[in-house]
Design a protein around this ligand. Structure first.
Ligand code: ADP
Ligand code: MG
Length: 704
């Protein structure tokens, strides 16, 4: 079936329709009827002849035709039987409102699986169970037990929480916000967020896709699809709840730093999805995206009748990184022709407290005509002579004449501006309760435009030695080893073009001294043990050894001390003698694989303070050169790396390249679960970063 059946069903059957007011089975029937639906409604209830004035049927078969959509409200235990009836007569689209499935435990989960099995065997798509239903205002369908039917509009909504959707509906009714469709997806047994987002992406009535999600089933698919849709329509999502990647106990620095939210931040950014932290923010954004044209850039002009709010807006513009528009000479001259001499002709344009609607109208026109202005924010405070309603009408008039640039409004106060706010609402000029909310919304629009205009993503492929990596990983997995230690992790990195310090293993003090002689001094001694992950913690790293004697002493000391520090079954194999790397800045690169979204690469400040300062960033692999650079720039460490107060900076491009190579490695080897390169020592421009320490964990690939 095509998903469109849900968006425009020609007939709807309600199984479990009830005569009793207040029961879900009644409310849905009444809602369907009162929505003004033009198609046929078939209440099904073997005990009733009529419900809400509609003829009632004993079962699906007795209807005598196949309803486009079947809404099921009967108790959970009976749902499979109804599903079989659906199969028997050839129904293709079902909404299961009934609760008591996966959300109540094992038995419910089994029942839910049964429903899905029956549906899939016949190609039926099922929304729910345990949901509020669906509302399609454009088709006048209200197959939900929500309290009201919103106006038809441009926003398509999807919610994983029925209760939250009810709240959103209520708010939308109060504010007069319209929807193209609302989907409550409940337990997502069959139809999931991706199905609905795709459908709304294609739905001609939907201009903005918005929603509330708690989990995303297929992370990979979500990013791919959402990225496609975002090119055409903005997707605004509230997301709560963490991911398994963050909650899993992690042994690597990278794993412990990858919080539950990290992966969603990266995935949303990649897909152009605009994240909203509250219902209010989501509505703020949704109205602007639905009703206003997109800005061409970041430059904002503010039009106000009071100084204070103008300054508040200016501060907010600065704070979020928008540009305070510099008005052209022509604009200033034109404003001066009609505004009183004491008005401010520069941005923020202050038309003064005694401004009537005509002054606003004039100034708004002039501001919109300025080529340096890309968005206009109109502020109004109710002063003695202020004409809130007339000003709102004037704004709408100018809007109609000049449709190209976004206009947002903020009418401060409440009682005195009510009339104006209502006019703006009807005229689809989004009106905000504070300059900050308006400015945040403009910022979201500008970010979206930037995302849309970003250069095509091209991931650079380096020539590498995959075979060598394969051999090392296979060898570990064959022996059931999940951890790859420093020596071999570095071999893997070398195969992907990283430089690592020269060095060899030694099992006696003499051997260590001989290796050191060969390498040349100074050298570093490191404990070699498959069981010790953080070597310094147990005194297992000694740097700056300058002669044979020091090497021998360091060896003896490690062999004496470390066994006292570690658990009894720790296997100590010897030491790694390593060339000492020239001092530089220490950064950390890492990898953490999310079970739903795939590998994330990390960059941050390295060394022992990694976990304390948490100055790290993540992005989904594979990354482009631009994304690698953006990762660096987004950290505080970047300022230091660039060089501050006369201190020489480091080779930024070289770090960005290392990140891309790492990203290629984990993309090509899905066996790699986690990885730390800590530290990567980086030097001044022209020098090559050196991976001084590395470790990774691997897992057998699940055969598909
Ligand atoms: P671990 O992280 O397991 O404690 P590392 O190999 O990262 O061990 O060593 C700890 C610190 O010692 C590094 O952060 C680095 O400052 C220094 N170090 C280690 N190896 C070298 C080397 N070859 N050259 C210079 N400094 C090193
Ligand atoms: Mg280390």
């Amino acid at each position: 079936m095509s998903f469109e059946t849900f968006l425009d069903p020609k007939s709807v059957a309600i199984i479990g329709a009830s005569r009793e007011k207040g029961k879900v089975g009644y409310e849905i029937t009444a809602n369907m009827k009162n929505a003004g639906y033009q198609g046929k409604i078939f209440p099904v209830n073997p005990k009733a002849t009529e419900i809400a004035g509609l003829k009632c049927y004993t079962d699906l078969k007795s209807i005598g035709e196949v309803p486009d959509l079947v809404v099921i409200v009967v108790p959970a235990a009976y749902v499979p039987a109804v599903m079989r009836e659906c199969v028997a007569i050839g129904v293709k689209a079902v909404v299961v409102i009934t609760a008591g499935f996966k959300e109540v435990g094992k038995e419910g989960a089994e029942l839910e699986k049964e429903v899905v099995r029956i549906a899939r065997s016949a190609g039926i798509r099922v929304i729910g169970p345990n949901c509020l239903g669906i509302i399609i205002p454009s088709a006048k369908v209200n197959a939900s037990f929500g309290a009201a039917m919103p106006e038809a509009g441009e926003i398509g909504y999807i919610s994983q929480s029925g209760a939250l959707l009810a709240a959103i509906l209520d708010l939308a009714m109060a504010e007069g916000i319209g929807f193209s469709a609302l989907f409550s997806i409940g337990n997502k047994a069959d139809v999931d967020e991706l199905d609905v987002i795709q459908a709304l992406g294609q739905d001609p009535h939907t201009k903005v896709v918005a929603g509330y999600l708690e989990s995303i089933n297929d992370g990979d698919g979500f990013v791919r699809e959402a990225e496609q849709i975002s090119r055409e329509k903005p997707i605004l999502l509230m997301k709560s709840g963490g991911t398994s990647a963050g909650s899993k106990a992690a042994s690597s620095h990278t794993g412990s730093l990858a919080g539950g939210e990290t992966v969603y931040e990266s995935a949303f950014e990649r897909a152009g999805v605009i994240r909203c932290d509250s219902i209010k923010t989501q509505f703020d954004y949704a109205q602007a995206f639905a009703y206003q044209p997109l800005p061409t850039g970041a430059s904002v002009a503010v039009l106000t009748n009071a100084g204070g709010p103008g300054i508040m807006a200016a501060d907010a513009i600065e704070r979020v990184g928008l540009t305070f528009a510099k008005l052209s000479e022509g604009t200033i001259k034109k404003l001066a022709e009609k505004l009183p001499a004491s008005a401010n002709m520069h941005n923020p344009i202050d038309v003064l407290g005694d401004a009537l609607a005509d002054r606003y109208e004039f100034a708004l026109r002039v501001a919109l005509d300025d080529p340096n202005v890309e968005t206009v924010l109109v502020l109004l405070t109710p002063q003695a002579m202020t004409q809130a309603t007339e000003t709102a009408e004037a704004i709408m008039k100018v809007r109609k004449e000049r449709p190209g640039k976004p206009i947002l409004a903020c009418f401060l106060g409440r009682a005195a501006v009510q009339g104006g706010v209502a006019v703006l609402g009807k005229g689809k000029i989004p009106c905000y309760d504070s300059p900050e909310s308006a400015v945040r919304t403009i910022k979201a629009m500008v970010n979206y435009v930037r995302w849309k205009n970003r250069p095509k993503r091209v991931v650079k492929l380096f020539s590498v030695n995959r075979h060598r990596v394969e051999r090392i990983i296979d060898r570990h997995l064959r022996r059931g080893m999940r951890e790859i230690g420093e020596m071999e992790a570095k071999e893997i990195l070398e195969a992907y073009g990283f430089v690592t310090p020269r060095g060899s293993l030694a099992t006696t003090a003499d051997q260590a001294a001989n290796v050191a002689d060969r390498l040349g001094y100074p050298v570093v001694l490191k404990i070699w043990s498959p069981d010790i992950i953080h070597k310094s913690d147990v005194g297992g790293v000694k740097v700056g050894l300058t002669n044979r004697q020091e090497v021998r002493d360091a060896f003896d000391l490690m062999m004496y001390r470390i066994p006292q520090e570690v658990p009894d079954d720790t296997e100590i194999l010897g030491v790694l003698v390593q060339e000492m790397v020239k001092k530089g800045r220490e950064v950390i690169l890492g990898v953490n694989r999310d079970p739903h979204f795939g590998p994330l690469v990390m960059f941050g400040m390295g060394g022992i303070f990694v976990e304390v300062l948490k100055d790290v960033t993540f992005n989904l692999a594979p990354i482009t050169a631009d994304e690698a650079r953006q990762m660096l720039v987004s950290t505080k460490t970047y300022q230091m790396l660039k060089g501050v107060r006369g201190q020489e900076g480091v080779d930024i491009d070289a770090i960005a390249e290392a990140l891309q190579r790492l990203s290629q490695l984990v993309t090509e080897f899905p066996q790699i679960m986690e990885m730390d390169i800590n530290p990567l020592v980086v030097g001044p421009p022209g020098t090559t970063p050196i991976a001084v320490d590395a470790r990774m964990s691997v897992e057998q690939l699940k055969s598909r």
